[in-house]
Design a protein around this ligand. Structure first.
Ligand SMILES: [Zn+2]
Length: 297
């Protein structure tokens, strides 16, 4: 799914300078970029490094999502500056996809500019406990029943579907544009990795089935898909099948009493070797499913 590249930051040389061996492909990529989603009036993707967020420009203000500035002290300001290149409308809202810092740290510039921060209640509770100095605590919490935001002719639905990649994930859906923004829970065309640490396997399968039953055409992921393409329902189905395959495979090993060490060594996902992240991410998948079938967690 191609998108119009609005502007690319001419920092390829800097990226080349900081890139390590084996990162040649990433080195040619600008550190951040803003793109407009094809066929929409005002839906954009801001990418910073390997993270990305959706923002929506309306005639009465901007709805932004995840600041994506963990470990990037100027990342929040950069995001705001990128929005400013598109519109002078104020940013009314910043909505967190879930509570993980790699997506939501760095919102101070938006807070200073007067935006209202919104997240699921579990995210707000968690962030109030953790008091991370780089992460703005949400002003408003969304309950399990969800919330609909309307601004300048745009409707954005925030829905909660229980446990999945986190206990605080909000699905953001633009019904008119038939677009959803779902972060981390449904990687597009990739093997899940570190996110498995605090992931709820069985609940995620139920979550994916709910997402498949929802009305949308394109999925904006929190990490760019292969070639920056957006996700489709086929990607959701593929990811669901992957999880079900991994789960069944590890269940077998666990029933043989092989968790942890032996099972983690023997665990493979035949047919997925060519997917991005296979070698690096397989141990995370194995460990999580050993936790499920070998421990009951
Ligand atoms: Zn996450």
């Amino acid at each position: 799914m191609s998108r119009i590249v609005l502007r690319l930051i001419p920092c390829a040389l800097l990226a080349l300078a900081v890139a390590g061996v084996g990162q040649a492909q990433q080195a040619s990529r600008p550190p951040f970029a803003t793109t407009k989603v094809d066929g929409t009036d005002g839906v954009y993707i801001f990418r910073n490094g390997n993270h990305q967020a959706m923002f929506i420009v309306t005639r009465e203000g901007v709805i932004a999502t995840d600041p994506v500035a963990y470990g990037r002290p100027t990342g929040g300001q950069t995001y705001l500056d990128e929005i400013r290149k598109v519109t002078n409308q104020p940013v009314k809202y910043v909505i967190y996809s879930h509570h993980h810092y790699d997506h939501i740290a760095g919102g101070k510039a938006f807070k200073d500019a007067g935006a209202t921060f919104i997240a699921h209640r579990r995210a707000k509770e968690r962030l109030e406990m953790l008091k991370d100095p780089h992460t703005v605590v949400p002003d408003e919490a969304v309950g399990d029943g969800g919330r609909t935001i309307t601004l300048g002719g745009t409707t954005l639905e925030l829905t909660y579907h229980g446990l999945n990649h986190s206990d605080s994930t909000l699905v953001m859906r633009l019904p008119k544009e038939r677009i959803v923004f779902i972060v981390d829970t449904i990687p597009v065309g990739a093997i899940p990795g570190r996110g498995m640490i605090d992931f709820y396997p069985l609940e995620t399968e139920a979550f994916m089935k709910q997402v498949l039953a929802t009305d949308w055409d394109r999925l904006i992921p929190g990490h760019p898909g292969p070639g920056d393409r957006l996700g489709t329902k086929k990607d959701v189905q593929d990811q669901l099948t992957l999880l079900q395959t991994a789960s069944a495979e590890m269940r077998k090993l666990a029933l043989e009493g092989k968790c942890w060490d032996t099972a983690e060594k023997e665990f493979k996902l035949p047919g997925y070797e060519s997917w991005p992240g296979y070698a690096n991410n397989l141990p995370f998948v194995a460990r999580r499913y050993c936790g499920l079938w070998g421990r009951g967690t």
